[in-house]
Design a protein around this ligand. Structure first.
Ligand code: HEM
Length: 424
């Protein structure tokens, strides 16, 4: 049991209480749960150096120990700058035609079929993650990388039992092969005078920015990590967007009107969708914000106290886990009245500071937030203007895979919109 530091009174009721900050155990491990915006800010931003990110060793092994998620301090901030540089609006605005092309290739394959929304969104978000990681260069290795990734993913959330035949074992094998494939790709691209292509290009070019050249394994771990972080998250949010729009037909009609306005301009200008178009989608953007709040797919994150910490008059011993609870904050009626209601209009005014953190906060906040929003907007532009979707079955509920998503991944029947119009 934790002992308070010398000369300090700690309230035992706090440690066991159920207020904004309380103690509990997860799998026998003492954890401090944080559901006040101010306290979450202390952990994630102002005293972030006292709380390091913490992951199970099996996940670290699978993603790669040199990926930025697992680090603090100078190594983390050096990598974070590079990763952020790849996903700044100025870096991704040029991706719009490629993202749009991926959407235009996917949508016809959904026509008049029942799709598993989550699985299709995963395929879409994976393809976007691949071009943002490697650029649009179609190396022969890309197909192999995709296949190995699928094997890796199957074992990622399984029991970490490294015995022949287990999903974990197969995933670790795929991880080794992925490493080899990436190493070859990295070495080929190192030979190019100007290493082009997405995040890989930026990581290879690091030495030009007065940073020591990154090793092959540092580059591989970070590429694998970013693709991991990018696709399941975005796919889960997109699945919820489709669910909420389906369940709120008036909202779907309003979003469609907004997107048709953009479509008209595109047709008049005889051009394609642009980054600037995506900046003029206020209602669709609010639908995405409200989805991020309501679904809160990353319900919380894990930190660990790196030393004994005195925290807002309380005491957290070294080694204890600290969990900022994003979902609790996003669902607190003080900040979001009627929190269970899906109401994008609440984002017509900005939320109170530190109450809306779908992409985290502070040093470890998400570098991919702009890309995630961009790919959702591009997909919604084409989906709402050209298609309608009907949920198949009446099974309401949530499944975890690992993020919360609608039951069975939300099976929907997709039909071209003009057919519906004609039938109406
Ligand atoms: C809607 C989709 C997404 C959501 C909800 C999301 C959410 C988050 C959150 C909450 C964190 C912070 C975790 C923490 O503090 O422990 C995070 C970190 C991260 N995300 Fe995202 N993310 C999304 C999409 C993406 C995309 C598209 C990328 C890549 C392009 C990405 C790359 C990362 C990386 C690399 C980190 C680790 C940053 C660090 O440790 O410094 N994410 N994300």
């Amino acid at each position: 049991m934790a002992m308070p530091p010398q000369g300090r009174q700690t309230s035992p009721t706090w440690l066991n209480g159920y207020g904004d900050i309380f103690k509990t155990h997860i799998l026998g491990c003492p954890c401090v749960m944080i559901s006040s915006p101010e306290a979450a800010r202390v952990v994630l931003v102002s005293k972030a150096h006292l709380f390091k990110p913490t992951y199970p060793p099996s996940k670290e092994k699978m993603i790669g120990p040199e990926a930025l998620f697992f680090h603090q301090g100078s190594y983390h901030s050096m990598l974070k700058k590079l990763v952020q540089a790849s996903f700044l609006p100025s870096a991704i605005r040029g991706l719009v035609p490629e993202v749009e092309q991926i959407v235009l290739n996917f949508l016809p394959t959904w026509e008049n079929t029942t799709i598993n929304t989550l699985q299709e969104m995963k395929r879409y978000a994976f393809d976007v993650a691949m071009i943002s990681a490697f650029g649009n260069k179609q190396d022969l290795e890309m197909k192999g990388i995709k296949h190995l990734y699928q094997c890796l993913e199957k074992g990622y959330n399984s029991m970490p039992l490294d015995l022949p035949g287990t999903p974990f074992h197969k995933a670790m094998k795929a991880r080794k092969q992925l490493n080899e494939t990436l190493r070859k790709l990295i070495q080929e691209r190192r030979k190019l005078e100007k290493p082009e292509g997405g995040l890989l290009g930026v990581l290879l070019g690091a030495k030009n920015q007065k940073i020591d050249q990154l090793s092959d394994s540092q580059i591989a771990d970070n590429i694998i990590g970013v693709i991991f972080a990018a696709h399941d998250t975005t796919a889960s949010v997109l699945t919820w967007v489709l669910k909420y729009l389906h369940d709120n037909q008036d909202l779907l009609a309003a979003v469609t009107r907004e997107q048709e306005g953009i479509q008209r301009k595109i047709i008049e200008g005889n051009r394609r969708l642009t980054w600037d178009d995506t900046r003029h989608m206020p209602l669709t953007t609010r639908v995405i914000q409200e989805t991020l709040r309501r679904a809160s797919i990353l319900s919380f994150t894990f930190r660990e106290a790196v030393q004994d910490v005195e925290f807002q008059g309380y005491y957290i011993p070294k080694g204890w886990k600290v969990l900022p609870l994003f979902r609790s904050i996003h669902h607190c009626a003080d900040f979001f009245p009627q929190p269970e209601k899906f109401d994008p209009s609440r984002f017509e005014v900005p939320p109170r500071p530190n109450t809306f953190m779908p992409f985290g906060n502070g040093v470890h906040s998400c570098p991919g937030s702009e890309l995630a929003k961009l790919e959702m907007l591009v997909l919604l532009h084409h989906l709402t203007t050209s298609y309608r979707w009907q949920v198949v079955g009446d099974e309401d509920g949530i499944q975890y895979g690992p993020f919360p998503v609608p039951k069975r991944g939300l099976p929907v029947k997709v039909t071209p919109r003009n057919i519906i119009k004609a039938a109406a």
